[in-house]
Design a protein around this ligand. Sequence first.
Ligand SMILES: Nc1ncnc2c1ncn2[C@@H]1O[C@H](COP(=O)(O)OP(=O)(O)OP(=O)(O)O)[C@@H](O)[C@H]1O
Ligand SMILES: CC(=O)N[C@H]1[C@@H]2OC[C@@H](O2)[C@@H](O)[C@@H]1O[C@H](C)C(=O)O
Length: 391
Amino acid sequence: MTKTIRTAIGLMSGTSMDGIDIALLRTDGQNVVERGPSMGIAYDPSFRDRLKRALVAARDLTDRTARPGDLSAVERTLTLRHAVAVSDFLYRHDLSPGEIDVIGFHGQTVLHRPDEALTVQLGDGALLAKTTGIPVVFDMRANDMVHGGQGAPLIPVYHAALAASAGQALPTVFVNIGGISNLTFIGRNGEIVAYDSGPGNTLIDQWVEMHTGAAYDQDGEIASTGKVLPSLADRYLGSSFFSSNQRRSLDRNDFLPPQKGEAGLADGARTLAHVTAAAILKSAKHLPEPPALYIVCGGGRLNRVIMQDLLDLARVENARVIAAEEAGFDGDAMEAEAWAYLAVRSLLNLPLTFPGTTGVAAAVTGGVLSMPENQGSCAPPNVFPCRKPPG
Ligand SMILES: Nc1ncnc2c1ncn2[C@@H]1O[C@H](COP(=O)(O)OP(=O)(O)OP(=O)(O)O)[C@@H](O)[C@H]1O
Ligand SMILES: CC(=O)N[C@H]1[C@@H]2OC[C@@H](O2)[C@@H](O)[C@@H]1O[C@H](C)C(=O)O
């Protein structure tokens, strides 16, 4: 039986809040994965500031659908920016909306409290579907939480498909170093174990920004001139997050940067780069077996100090570290590709998360489907009751 291959676009606005990643994928939602073009669209500094203020405004939310204050306007602007990104992308690649079966829309996480089963992503799927003329699957984390999961990470099922389609030797481990870092272990028989592994770039980004105004430490230049401050590093690495037997998904604010006076710029950046690398190795201790290979994706792989520390720490454990590109993947587009893949799985009512990835009680699908012809939003079978059509 031939499987239907769908053409999907994935849209990711991650915890770094640096912009929108967009990627095209052709997939059957299982092991057929044909990667298409991708691009990144950076947010301008004033929109990043607005998103940061949205995080503060979201802090006291107890109802995930509430949008007090500016949150409603930010959600609309964010969604329309995604619509523009889709339109630019289609134009650039000479594609029409009719050639795209579905968009997987992550939105912007503004609050994530797995202990309270509360996760909030700004992003209006109905508006995006209406503006682009393409069906949209969004809100893919919530159903996992309804069933007792951490709501993150969701990318592991895509890592597994990518590894299978590329004939990657198993076992292997994918590491994503975004704002937060996460690990996916794929065992010899394809079994997946995954979880958030610690702060990624978020501490370095905030540290560098508070001193220089720059959004991040380009290539790790600043960190490369500093030295690791052991007491500061230990403060982060001594967190019970690493030693607990329970794996927890992280909110961007679970780890906060040092106070400005606690270190000089370079020593602080060097120490935080070390914390990022060491956190990954510490968290890897909870994997079913010691990894032999780490495949690194996400913006953190471009910070040479983080990568060197990872290499050095992994070497002690006889493990190799390579950038995603060395394994034939795209380390910048992988999350956007994943959201395209997850959207197709959602359409097919296939599971997005598993007990081994989010701690969910049993494998579950997720996501809400919004059709462009203004029919309102509707979850795939067995997820949520359909939402009322807007207006
Ligand atoms: N050339 C570079 N040198 C150093 N760091 C870089 C470079 N390019 C990107 N980064 C880092 O990568 C970050 C963005 O990474 P990425 O897009 O993978 O994160 P994200 O998707 O927003 O986060 P998450 O995966 O947590 O949702 C930037 O904030 C910056 O810290
Ligand atoms: C709540 C939320 O948005 N979590 C993000 C964040 O960024 C990295 C890490 O923390 C991961 O758990 C997740 O994103 C990835 C893409 C995921 O769900 O797989």
